[in-house]
Design a protein around this ligand. Structure first.
Ligand code: ACO
Length: 428
């Protein structure tokens, strides 16, 4: 039976249909509410608003559940590779052996970017943050592939754009880092795995061509899986809303990268290490910073703690914490900043303020730690997140286009001046 809710307002009753998802989540469908009653809904930060129906990722923040296309994140992180997971997210099913071989090969042969990208890179100052560079280079891909601007092309053509994107993003990311450190760029090497190839472009020099440490590339592959999608978060919503105007995939994801950059979203992984370094430079007194985070007159927040939807634990953080422990042990890393992280985690987890507000370490708390141990420079952390999130953004964009979503255009409650007469300059 169709479920309905009733709204009683000013002596009238309005029926509101209830939409139920496959995990029995219920939502009020208020799309006709304004027509019927003159009312809109107000929900700053979309804290309780579903913006779409989606079959990609299921997340239950209360129980700490995260599944991509029905498969648990725990199982995918243990058994799958990042490319397999990206195929799953984008096309809806795990690939067969043949499909995966073809997909991997298609990506492998598209990793090179146009030589003219190098002259664009030359134009950036060396201080340029790699996230800004990455966002603009992704947008610049439309210049090299002008046909990709049209999102209404055939399935096969859109697929070509998707493959090219997955193949080229690590190259653009590594080159944005090389620009930052003013080193010569390193070309992609076919035959390496997705993460090996990225690490090769990041850390090999044309003069040494060092082999990538498998402990490092395996840990990175797992991290990318954990970051691959997270339903309607700030950057995914950005990608969908930009794409809803029929902007291209590259343009939509370029905007998503900008959304991810902020410290309240993906930029938190960089902010975590900067905060830990600040604590260390200030004498390492963790309790002082816990007190600052609790003080409402101080804008300081513990970076890497808290999450909009996870209020008990972040399942990705549990997996990543274990991976971080393994990597630190395997690589024999000892770092005073990491010791501060461990102490901070212990103190915060036992503090009433954090416990009552459901503030636990999130994925970015541990990913910052692990990236640092892997030798990834701090301002590249969010770029790593972007590489991991690309399949999710693509899947969200593709789903949004294929389901024919209308242009995203929220309403507002206006609180400004009501109509008034213009005041001539001499009277102001
Ligand atoms: N440190 C101290 N206090 C915090 C923190 C924190 N990190 N996070 C939330 N709080 C407090 C708030 O002050 C508020 O307290 P109050 O109820 O006494 O006013 C309460 O907890 C609820 O916080 P909100 O800001 O309302 O929660 P919201 O869901 O809007 O924010 C967010 C979630 C943005 C993640 C927040 O917890 C935060 O800023 N965390 C630090 C940044 C961070 O780690 N971001 C990464 C998120 S994961 C990701 O994007 C991949």
């Amino acid at each position: 039976m169709e479920k309905k809710a009733e709204l009683h307002y000013e002596g009238k009753v309005f029926e509101i249909p209830v939409v139920t998802g496959t995990e029995q989540e219920n939502a009020l469908d208020i799309s006709k509410l304004r027509e019927q009653s003159g009312l809109i809904t107000l929900d700053r930060g979309f804290k309780n608003t579903g913006s779409c129906k989606s079959a990609i990722t299921f997340l239950n923040g209360e129980e700490g559940i995260l599944r991509y296309r029905g498969y648990s994140i725990e199982e995918l992180a243990e058994k799958s590779s990042f490319l397999e997971v990206s195929f799953l997210l984008i096309y809806g099913e795990l690939p067969t052996q043949e499909e995966l071989a073809k997909y991997t090969n298609d990506i492998d042969i598209h990793t090179l970017v146009h030589e003219d990208v190098k002259s664009i890179l030359d134009g950036y100052p060396s201080k340029a943050h790699p996230m800004g560079v990455l966002s603009s280079l992704v947008s610049a891909l439309t210049a090299f592939y002008p046909k990709s601007i049209d999102p209404n092309r055939s399935q096969e053509q859109i697929n070509g754009t998707i493959i090219r994107f997955l193949a080229k993003l690590p190259t653009l990311a590594a080159w944005s880092f090389k620009n930052r450190v003013r080193q010569p760029i390193v070309y992609p090497q076919n035959g390496l795995s997705y993460t090996e190839n990225f690490l090769h472009m990041m850390f090999s020099l044309p003069t040494n061509n060092d082999k990538v440490n498998p402990v490092v590339s395996n840990a990175l592959d797992k991290l990318l899986i954990l970051h691959a999608d997270h339903e309607q978060n700030c950057s995914a919503s950005t990608v969908r809303i930009v794409g809803s105007s029929h902007a291209s995939l590259y343009a939509s994801v370029s905007a998503g990268i900008a959304a991810l950059w902020g410290p309240l979203h993906g930029g938190a992984n960089q902010a975590v290490i900067e905060m830990l370094e600040e604590i260390k430079a200030d004498g390492g007194d963790v309790s002082k910073y816990i007190a600052k985070a609790k003080d409402k007159s101080d804008s300081f927040r513990l970076m890497g703690f808290g999450h909009r939807v996870y209020k008990n634990f972040d399942p990705r953080a549990t997996i990543i914490k274990k991976a971080a422990d393994d990597v630190l042990k395997e690589l024999g890393v000892s770092d005073p900043v990491l010791d501060i992280a461990m102490e901070l985690e212990k103190v915060a987890l036992n503090d009433e303020y954090f416990k009552t507000r459901g503030l636990y370490p999130n994925v970015d708390f541990y990913s910052g730690i692990i990236y640092r141990a892997l030798g990834i420079p701090t301002d590249m952390f969010t770029v790593m997140f972007a590489i991991g999130r690309l399949p999710g953004w693509i899947a969200q964009w593709k789903e949004m286009r294929e389901s024919g979503e209308p242009i995203g255009r929220p309403r507002q409650v206006y609180t400004g001046a009501t109509e008034r007469a213009y005041i001539n300059m001499e009277n102001r």
